[in-house]
Design a protein around this ligand. Structure first.
Ligand code: F6P
Length: 332
């Protein structure tokens, strides 16, 4: 690839705090390398539709503390089709886009791989609050979403304590328990339910509440990942078994908003920088990932084969903190 002159940048999938910081870093790094930067709005669908804005140093100013994405995001059924992707290729040809920086999760990167196979180089930057992208230790937005959930649950604990009640809180995370485990540990939950550990209601919920009560507590906090079960059903089962009346809170999309934390802003800035450096140095078709604190480039096809699993050592630590409970881990 000769010296690249113009790239596009887009955000795709569920938005995450810190996406704007990536857009800012991509734009400023591109301009510093003499590369023009075009913002594609509304994800892959925007590339199909030719929905774009010119980005400049000024237009990405004051973004670091802004949640969401100025480029909007969307999920695109049309891009899942060869015809849709071909339209996206024509947009790249029309606008002279020699590469695309795609900011999103694993679904975004699967689309990126298909586009790269049609000759458009792509560099992916992992950004989703779920932290469930297999090739990277960390995805931008995870720390911000966790801190939002922690703040909400700390507030819930105040009122649960006052009324001596049980709270069942559902957090996001799609099919993974990374968010629930991190948050559950940080708030000292009575029980944490994650999809990676098949729930034994008696063991994982009722026994945890009993141990807490026997230790003198009169309020209880159950954190459940949305992929592990329905918080309302769990509340009903607790009520039926123990005769208490849990209050259920679904944190939902509040976890997706808010100002990104310093960790997300700083990580986003570095990842955005390295994404453009790859293009500037003649590389593409890779994912910018964190591995043990360092930032690395992984070929996109290899990156999509990587998987990661819930850190079972951390799950065990969380259980020990629940009054020393620790039972054998049958499977993960
Ligand atoms: O992938 C991020 C995420 O927030 C998941 O945690 C959640 O399950 C999903 O997006 C919700 O998707 P939507 O915003 O389309 O309702």
């Amino acid at each position: 690839m000769g010296k690249i002159k113009r790239i596009g940048v887009l955000t795709s999938g569920g938005d995450a705090p810190g996406m704007n910081a990536v857009v800012r870093a991509v734009t400023r790094t591109a301009l510093a390398n003499g590369i023009d930067c075009i913002g594609i709005r509304r994800g892959w669908q925007g590339l199909i539709n030719g929905d774009f804005i010119q980005l400049s140093r000024a237009s990405v100013g004051h973004l670091l503390s802004k949640g969401g994405t100025i480029l909007y995001t969307a999920r695109s059924e049309e891009f899942m089709t060869e015809a849709g992707r071909q339209k996206a290729v024509y947009t790249c040809k029309m606008l002279g886009l020699e590469g695309i920086v795609a900011i999103g999760g694993d679904g975004t990167f699967r689309g990126a791989l298909e586009l790269s196979r049609l000759g458009v180089p792509v560099v992916g930057v992992p950004a989703t609050i779920d932290n469930d992208v297999g090739c990277t230790n960390y995805t931008i937005g995870f720390d911000s979403a966790c801190n939002t959930a922690i703040e909400c649950i700390d507030k819930l604990r105040d009122t649960m304590q006052s009324h001596e009640r049980c709270s069942v809180v559902e957090v996001m995370g799609r099919n993974a328990g990374f968010l629930a485990l991190y948050v559950g540990t940080a708030v000292g939950a009575t029980a944490v339910l994650v999809p990676e550990h098949k729930m034994n209601f008696e063991e994982d919920v009722l026994e945890r509440i009993r141990e807490s009560r026997l230790a003198g507590y009169t309020h209880f906090m159950i954190v459940v990942a949305e992929g592990a079960g329905n918080a309302f059903e769990i509340g009903d089962r607790i009520k039926e078994a123990l005769g208490i009346n849990p209050r259920v809170t679904i944190l939902g999309h509040i976890q997706r908003g808010g100002a990104p934390t310093g960790r997300d802003r700083e990580t986003a800035t570095r990842m955005g920088f390295y994404a453009v450096q790859a293009f500037a140095e003649g590389r593409g078709n890779c994912i910018i990932a964190t591995q043990e604190g360092s930032i690395v480039e992984l070929p996109i096809e290899e990156a999509l084969t990587r998987t990661k699993h819930l850190q079972m050592d951390r799950y065990k630590i969380m259980q020990v903190m629940q009054f020393g409970t620790s039972h054998p881990f049958d499977e993960f």
